[in-house]
Design a protein around this ligand. Sequence first.
Ligand code: ADP
Length: 318
Amino acid sequence: MKQNLSIKILSFFVIGYMLVALGWWSVLLHRKNTELYQVKKEILQRDDFNEESVHVLEEEFARQNTMILGESLVFGLMLILGIYFLWKAYQKVILASTKQKNFLLSITHELKTPLASNKLALETLQRNGLPEQKRKELIETGIQENDRLTRLVENLLMSAKLEHNYEYHFEKNNLENIISEEIVFIQRKFPNKSINLDSKFPDLSIICDKQSIHIVIRNLLDNALKYSQPLSPVLVSIGKERKSALISVKDWGIGIDEKHIDLIFEQFQRVGNEETRTSKGTGLGLFICKEIIKAHQGTIQTENHSEGGSIFKVTLPI
Ligand code: ADP
């Protein structure tokens, strides 16, 4: 942090110096040109004064002044443009390194927690005389932690495949079936959560890669539950918007700070600081959703709704 600040101060100093030096050299050149012009004019007036040669001298003087001004401006502009592009590249490098650091921190945490939790559960199960209810709870916790690990590995693999060679198998699929299957799957894991489906078009079919659309719905539902209070409901709707199917996933949770809304679809991007954050995740889910939806020529966006919470809207061509 301190080192970054020193580099910034040093860079601003060098840039400032370059701009001032450029300005100063331009003024100096202009002065020298004026002095030369005056000397030449005096010589002309002394030796063989004629209006024609004075006129030629004045024209030359004006031309050189324009040249000095023009070149200084072009040079200055190029310098500023160069600095601007360098600055942008620098910001990108900083962002990439912050994301990488965040990813490493979150992935370490995400891997360690379920492993430690499962180890503890197994050690407790090893003890004799454990009440039946406690045994069930421990097994349930173990399965949930295992599911989390599976989801994490799935997302990591999918993210890597999407960046390289994921092969989409497009075919006609009923949208409601895909969504219902995901809801049933999540509901089985979290029986206390209320996840409702409001489908106005039960027969709506789209050409899509079934497996990847499953992953999109799973990630959106996962987030809707993760960023809400335990008993807060989630509503999934299926509708139509022009020539597209519209899927929306609405929650009544914490919502998303407006200034982060455009960033959350980036890879490894999570809201807040990794060192102080309490929610689990890697910042891969929405990136995967965005890439999959893009490959289907659809759109994905989010907004906060007036009742408090967020709503994710996905459109897919019918
Ligand atoms: P992860 O959930 O693993 O952090 P995601 O890519 O799924 O990664 O989400 C990126 C970020 O977007 C999250 O860290 C969270 O801050 C924000 N986010 C996603 N979905 C929701 C939601 N339904 N409500 C509030 N914030 C959300």
